[in-house]
Design a protein around this ligand. Structure first.
Ligand SMILES: *Cc1c(COP(=O)(O)O)cnc(C)c1O
Length: 396
């Protein structure tokens, strides 16, 4: 059975380009970039070339790019650094949204325990917030605004340029978790008024365990991992040069093919949304237009997302429920709850995230399997029976 992999927001397969780019750095060019001998210096030169390539994709200076172990570390470092530097000036307030990735939310929860105050902006039913809502939340003691570029579950694209403008005007540091955006939609740190940005290679066909933090010159960056003087003293540890080589190659390729890829996946996405909405009592989550080309997130009333996933998996379709069940809790996704969905509806969610490798045939298989599985699960569901008998009201 051929697998239909549509969980690209969780992780992507590495591209051949990325694998090819990394191989020499696992074999011939194995030097430590901190070594003074030739083998080390060859690695160092390559490292700086990759840094410049990534900077070019983001439209920044190479010296503003710091390599990390991925998106989570970049988020942690950016937020902790901005918080600590704000606190030194008596600023201990942070603005964010209710539907950030846990790498952001859990860092902020810890900061709250350390005496910071966090405003979690509520998200509208369409999965968006406005720049004026951010503006209204900024106070004289605000140290940081952190708002994701695009949401990993519902795929909505936030008004980052406008939020950046508001932060610039208020002279507040602006960080964005752009892990779902970089390599998929145009991101330009200058035009978008971004001070700090997190990205992760494995979300754009690079390897896992490598990412980067952009930190605009003039914004103080504290170390997060202490040790050697790598990354201009901002992130200790021998550089993951093979991973960085692959990340740079993957990002260059993603940016070069961005329009073509977006056109291809948008067409698949729109066909899937239209087809899946034909299922009675179903709903698309997140704005239909301001969304990532690759993202479909739906709720089907009367079923559990986990059941749907397992049945789809048995048919070779790998998707996600977008729920937190993997973390061992039975709570529905904090993102869907932030959009105002009732618990019982949020439980029946399905996230399909596409990549350029997906085909029309994949879409057809999904459009055949999902309605069948939803019907099968509803036929076994006591909740659905109550809904059908009118003993409880349909919510969607
Ligand atoms: C995947 C993801 C992360 C975490 O990145 P890692 O490289 O896996 O640590 C952070 N934020 C968002 C929005 C993501 O989608």
């Amino acid at each position: 059975m051929k697998t239909v992999y549509v969980d690209n927001a969780a992780t992507t397969a590495m591209s051949d380009t990325a694998i090819k780019a990394m191989t020499p750095y696992l074999k011939e060019v194995y030097g430590n970039p901190s070594s003074l001998h030739t083998v080390g210096q060859v690695a160092k030169e390559a490292l700086e070339k990759f840094r410049a390539e990534i900077a070019q994709c983001l439209n920044c200076d190479a010296r503003e790019v710091y390599f990390t172990s991925g998106g989570s570390e970049a988020d942690n470092q950016a937020i902790r650094s901005a918080a600590a530097n704000g606190a030194r000036k008596g600023k201990k307030h942070i603005v964010t949204t209710a539907f950030e990735h846990h790498a952001v939310l859990h860092t902020l929860k810890k900061l709250e325990k350390e005496g910071f105050e966090v405003t979690y902006l509520p998200v509208h039913a369409d999965g968006l917030i406005t720049a004026s809502e951010v503006e209204a939340a900024i106070r004289p003691d605000t140290a940081l605004v952190t708002v994701m570029y695009a949401n990993n579950e519902v795929g909505t694209i936030l008004p980052i340029r406008e939020i950046g403008e508001v932060c610039r005007k208020a002279q507040v540091v602006f960080h964005t978790d752009a892990v779902q955006a970089v390599g998929h939609i145009p991101v330009d740190v200058q035009a978008d008024n971004i001070d700090m940005l997190s990205l992760s290679a494995h979300k754009f066909h690079g390897p896992k365990g490598v990412g980067a933090l952009y930190c605009r010159r003039g914004i103080v960056l504290n170390t997060f991992v202490d040790g050697g003087a790598q990354e201009r003293g901002k992130r200790a540890g021998t550089e993951n040069i093979a991973g960085i080589a692959a990340m740079a190659a993957a990002l260059k390729e993603a940016c070069a093919n961005m329009e073509k890829t977006a056109k291809h996946v948008t067409a698949l996405r729109d066909g899937l949304i239209d087809g899946l909405l034909k299922i009675p009592h179903s709903k698309l989550n997140g704005d239909r237009v301001k969304r990532l080309p690759s993202n479909i997130n739906m709720c089907f009333e009367g079923i559990e997302g986990e059941g749907l996933l397992l049945h789809l998996d048995a048919r070779g379709i790998c998707a996600s429920s977008g729920s937190a069940c993997t973390s061992g809790s039975l709570d529905p996704s904090h993102v869907l709850l932030a959009l105002g969905l009732p618990h019982e509806v949020a439980h029946g969610s399905l996230r399909i995230s596409l990549s350029e490798g997906n085909t029309q045939k994949d879409a057809e298989e999904i459009l055949k399997a999902v309605p069948e599985v939803v019907e099968y699960l509803r036929n076994m569901s006591p909740v659905w029976e109550e809904l059908e008998k009118g003993e409880r009201p349909h919510l969607i």
